[in-house]
Design a protein around this ligand. Structure first.
Ligand code: ADQ
Length: 466
């Protein structure tokens, strides 16, 4: 079996993968199965002008290899082009995107540096799998150095329609660089179609119905590989003593009440402000919920070096204050906002204790919270998932109550419908949802991707456009 080399911005954790999010779990699982290397940024930033050594660490059959980046790279490549340019554009937020040639240059330089350090370590029969928007150009840099191995790429965030991506200065070079990959995977069919359309419209590319895209003599495989969760393990978490304890604590803090839960990193893509407004609208339009229904929002801070993230947090605190000031009584607080990370088991317990799961991003590659909420529910008394049509998860989870998160009234009505939904309808919808979560799980995700990569043609690698 070939050695697997995974490249992603963040590497690990390997041992505490139970605490980490889905991606780390998936990568560890895939690497354990066939042995391999996990390569990326160490998470450490060195003073400007110093580029750290390659650090290696062995964890069973997995070799972890990481590089530091210096302060200038951190600001240009990571906080800059990745998080201030690509992240907003790929989530359709041109209004928040920052364009700057210096940031772009730093991005290409860091992609090249990571490729340069990786290339000599590659063995002839390795299979390389690159992840996410931080490394769009890494494959092209490896190819330019002479790499002939199969190299696949998976994008965890949405790929926007061509009209949006065309607003990115330098888009042609960047998106064309992706043709160095043999398989290019997206979360949804919609994203895969947008990528193909980009090449059809900008470069006269053509595609077959089964996703073989040909551009100027180079053919690559493009497809949807929806990421999932480890449904069985998460379900066990939800039934663990720790989860029970957490659920009991929540319930005893507010007897006979219905809880609505949201769990998201604080990010403008997650639709948190709209969600809080919809919850407030629920209390206005359906006053019978006052004193009875509360929203528990778990929202750890992220990327606080980007202004837009700090603004969102302040806005959420402001709305929480307003809504609570307006509606609270002695025994009931409408919105509770928790901004610290929780253990996976505690989180699972909270999902299970809450009758409504509110997942309403304005745009999201997949959204694993939607799947975790479903997996955590009790079969005999499941909660209801309210899901944004703009989350990749909505493509498969269509038995949820699907909403347009920009429509505050519609979202408020969906929460109301969820709160009063009869048991048989809840069970019926949950069974359909859980079936999808179980079949499109984390193992299905990486094994279908890796088998597509194993089967990918490589006879057009000499025609990769510059
Ligand atoms: P994210 O934008 O981070 O991921 P998401 O898919 O929802 O979004 O995953 C978040 C993970 O963090 C979940 O597993 C969740 O349980 C966990 N989490 C959130 N808040 C937490 C808290 N307070 N404590 C502990 N854990 C918490 C990106 C893309 C998504 C895509 C994933 C995977 O933006 O669209 O689904 O990658 O491909």
């Amino acid at each position: 079996m070939s050695r697997l080399v995974v490249v992603s911005n963040r590497v690990g954790p390997v041992r505490e993968s139970a605490k980490a999010g889905g991606l780390a779990v998936a990568i560890v699982d895939a690497l354990r199965a066939q042995g391999g290397v996990w390569y990326g940024w160490s998470g450490d930033v060195t003073p400007e002008g110093t580029h750290g050594m390659l650090k290696t660490e062995q964890a069973g059959r997995i070799s972890l290899m990481t590089l530091d980046i210096d302060q200038a790279d951190y600001e240009g490549y990571y906080a800059g082009f990745s998080n201030r340019t690509l992240w907003p554009i790929f989530h359709y937020r041109l209004d928040l995107a920052q364009f700057d040639r210096e940031l772009e240059k730093s991005y290409w330089t860091v992609n090249e540096r990571f490729a340069t350090r990786l290339y000599p370590m590659l063995q002839d029969d390795d299979v390389v799998w690159v992840h996410d928007y931080h490394f769009l150009a890494l494959g092209a840099k490896l190819r330019a150095m002479g790499a002939r191995q199969p190299i696949g790429f998976f994008l965890h965030i949405p790929f926007p329609v061509p009209e949006i991506i065309a607003a990115l200065p330098g888009h042609a070079a960047l998106v064309r660089a992706m043709l160095a990959y043999d398989v290019i995977g997206f979360q949804t069919k919609r994203d895969a179609r947008a990528f193909i359309r980009y090449f059809e419209e900008e470069f006269g590319g053509t595609a077959t119905a089964d996703g073989h895209l040909t551009v100027q003599g180079r053919t690559v495989r493009v497809g949807a590989f929806p990421i999932g969760i480890d449904a069985e393990t998460f379900r066990k978490f939800a039934m663990s003593p720790e989860a029970h304890r957490q659920g009991r604590r929540l319930k005893s803090s507010s007897e006979h009440r219905c809880h609505v839960i949201g769990v998201d990193r604080i990010d403008y893509t997650k639709g948190l402000v709209e969600r809080f407004r919809a919850f407030s609208r629920l209390l206005e339009h359906y006053p019978e919920n006052r004193g009875h229904v509360s929203l528990l929002q778990v929202a750890p801070a992220s990327r606080e070096d980007v202004d837009a993230y700090v603004d969102i947090r302040e806005e959420l605190e402001r709305i929480t204050g307003n809504v609570n000031g307006r509606f609270s009584d002695l025994h009931w607080t409408p919105i509770r906002l928790i901004t610290r990370p929780l253990q996976r088991r505690s989180l699972a317990g909270l999902y299970r204790a809450c009758q409504v799961g509110l997942v309403t991003p304005l745009r999201d590659g997949m959204n694993l919270v939607a799947k975790e909420y479903v997996a955590a529910q009790a079969e005999d008394d499941p909660g209801v998932l309210v899901l944004s049509r703009f989350a990749g998860a909505a493509e498969a989870l269509d038995a949820a109550l699907i909403v347009n998160p920009y429509d505050i009234d519609e979202t408020a009505e969906a929460i109301q419908r969820a709160v009063i939904m009869p048991l048989d309808e809840r069970q019926d919808r949950w069974r359909q949802l859980f079936d999808k979560v179980q079949t499109e799980d984390i193992r299905a995700w990486y094994s279908t991707f890796l088998s597509a990569l194993g089967a990918a043609g490589h006879d057009t690698r000499d025609a990769i456009p510059e």
